[in-house]
Write a protein of this length. Structure first.
Length: 317
């Protein structure tokens, strides 16, 4: 379903994190991207100019707070302030990827809860609503006192694997925290689930322990929300092959893919890694066995439904 808002009541603006996705979303809705420039002063301060009137408009700002995270977060906060001062009717933040989401609780003494701090900053700046995709921790929704629409990537990833016609599939969660996500995909693919019981001695260092579930001779699909350094997912794929899996696919919504991630994926047992474009992949990371799916239709549909005061939950089915 595409609409055409010729009255100009709905505006989509893009900041610097993911302009290609923003363009796809605007195309799906049937509007032109709003005119604005996001640049830097010589000392690195962010400068934003909105080059058309937004007075009385419902504005949707597309910005994933991916690397460089702090730069993209400041762009977003300054844009919210600019829109508020330009008399926008509503300021809706579309964050396909929510940076700092992994700092969602105090795991040790004297640790910050940065995910809550980011929510406070966005709200204090003047946002009216947030639309996000696969938050690392569902409780982040409760960090906001404004409406938040939490979209899910599982249907997009599941549809792709369904179209491949794989046989003897088992959906595997690389840790206990992702079991709900794995179960959602398994229900869609009518497949059993497996769990990898891993212990993590320190951040970004994963250690595989036991595999729960029968994976002998099966096609395993590992699913996670974020793949960062790819340590967890590659160790998991190697363990699955060692325990008798026929082949291993992997998928995630947010391909952070920092540090040694690409090299690890290339040297792993993963036959194909399926990701979404919630975070843009630079050309050097677009390797042969990575498949990219677009979240633009899902986000575009959510924006249309929010703008037309319709239910967004229907998109979760």
């Amino acid at each position: 379903m595409s609409s055409n808002y010729t009255d100009g009541s709905l505006k989509v603006l893009s900041l610097n994190s993911n302009p290609k996705l923003a363009q796809e979303i605007a195309d799906h809705i049937g509007v032109s991207l709003g005119k604005c420039t996001v640049s830097k002063f010589s000392d690195g301060e962010v400068q934003i100019n909105i080059e058309e009137s937004v007075r009385g408009c419902d504005v949707y700002v597309i910005q994933s707070t991916c690397a460089p995270v702090n730069q993209h977060l400041m762009e977003l906060l300054i844009m919210i302030d600019a829109l508020k001062r330009a008399s926008a009717k509503s300021i809706n933040i579309v964050m396909p990827y929510y940076g700092y989401a992994r700092q969602d609780r105090k795991a040790r003494a004297r640790e910050p809860i940065a995910a809550k701090l980011v929510a406070n900053l966005i709200e204090t700046a003047g946002a009216d609503r947030v639309i996000s995709l696969d938050l690392h921790a569902p409780q982040i929704q409760g960090f906001f006192d404004i409406p938040i629409d939490h979209l899910q990537g599982v249907p997009i990833l599941s549809n792709y694997f369904e179209s491949k016609g794989l046989e003897d599939v088992i959906v595997v969660s690389p840790d206990h925290g992702g079991v709900t996500r794995a179960r959602r995909m398994a229900d869609r693919l009518k497949a059993p689930i497996g769990i990898i019981d891993k212990r993590r001695p320190r951040p970004n260092v994963a250690e595989v322990m036991n595999i729960i579930g029968n994976i002998e001779g099966k096609t395993a699909i590992l699913i996670d929300d974020i793949i960062d350094t790819a340590g967890t997912i590659t160790l998991a794929s190697n363990a699955l092959i060692e325990h008798g899996a026929k082949e291993v696919y992997a998928c995630c919504t947010h391909p952070v893919l920092s540090g040694p991630a690409i090299e690890r994926i290339q040297n792993s047992q993963i036959k194909e890694l399926v990701v979404t474009n919630s975070i843009p992949l630079p050309p050097e990371k677009e390797i042969e066995n990575i498949t990219k799916l677009s979240v633009a239709p899902l986000i575009g549909e959510a924006i249309i439904r929010v703008h037309e005061l319709q239910s967004v939950s229907i998109l979760f089915d």
